[in-house]
Design a protein around this ligand. Structure first.
Ligand code: KIV
Length: 272
């Protein structure tokens, strides 16, 4: 009897490139734990991002800056144990790659050896070029991330749309071309004007995945807890809610509390 693991064909960076070449859109979502990663993978997602948004979503921090390398490895290894099909990309946390390329490589080696992830994502362009080259030279696939890069929130001062001005848009396009040239397998564009994102996707041959970057790119990524409606406090216009799990989960828990208080749970069939 064949298992799900034996039946499925794994998504690789090459699969994503072929999808872009064929004009097929790529789907990507975050996951941070075994149980939800199992569901995300079985539902047919192409790429699972173990995002440093775990810092917000899992740990309740205000920004992505506090999450550590050890914590990212913990989340990533749980996701990797769940996933049979999707490509698992792991975010490099703030402070583990910006210093120099040796430090970047050391951090990546820990991620790859200890989590079993398939690729890493780094935020930034020209300023982290050397680190990316060093990581790529070790045979580790790298995804870039431009536009709104949350690890730089204190430089930006706001989570507003980036690259609306011509100079920043031109820099972003140059960075995207540079990331392609040095060998990144893909690129995330976050919260930039749709026309700019489309121009980037048409200017580079590698897959460009958008979040708040319109429909003219090669694929989309969302934070799982946002699209499932678990987290209702965060509602920028680029999020589409596919479920209202906040209501479903709190409703179920309220019912459980009522049943326990009324001695309705457990009943005879639920007892030994
Ligand atoms: O950490 C994250 O969830 C991300 C996505 C928003 C792209 O980087």
């Amino acid at each position: 009897m064949s298992t799900y693991a034996q039946e499925v064909k794994r998504v690789t960076t090459h699969t994503l490139q072929e999808m872009k070449n064929r004009g097929e859109k790529i789907s990507m979502l975050t996951a941070y734990d075994y149980s939800l990663a199992t569901l995300v993978d079985m539902a047919g997602i192409d790429v699972i991002l173990v995002g440093d948004s775990a810092s917000n979503v899992m740990a309740g921090h205000e920004t992505t800056l506090p999450i550590t390398l050890d914590q990212m490895i913990y989340h990533a290894s749980a996701v990797v144990r769940a996933v049979k099909r999707a490509l698992v990309v792991v975010d490099m946390p703030f402070g583990t790659y910006q210093g120099n390329s040796t430090e970047a490589l050391r951090s990546v080696i820990r991620i790859m050896k200890e989590s079993g992830g398939h690729a890493v994502k780094l935020e930034g362009g020209q300023e982290i070029r050397e680190s990316i080259i060093r990581i790529l030279s070790a045979g580790v696939p790298v995804m870039g991330h431009l536009g709104l890069t949350p690890q730089s929130i204190y430089k930006f001062g706001t989570y507003a749309v980036r690259a609306k001005e011509e100079a920043e848009a031109a820099r972003l396009l140059d960075d995207a071309r540079m990331l392609e040239e040095i060998g990144c397998f893909g690129l995330v564009l976050e919260k930039i004007p749709a026309h700019l994102a489309q121009k980037v996707a048409e200017s580079v041959s590698i897959p460009v995945i958008g979040i708040g970057a319109g429909g003219g790119v090669d694929g989309q990524v969302l934070v799982l807890h946002d699209m499932l409606g678990i987290n209702q406090a965060f509602k920028p216009r680029f999020i589409r809610r596919y479920a209202d799990l906040h209501t479903v989960i709190t409703g179920a828990i309220q019912q459980y509390v009522t049943d326990v208080r009324n001695n309705d749970f457990p009943n005879e069939n639920e007892s030994y």
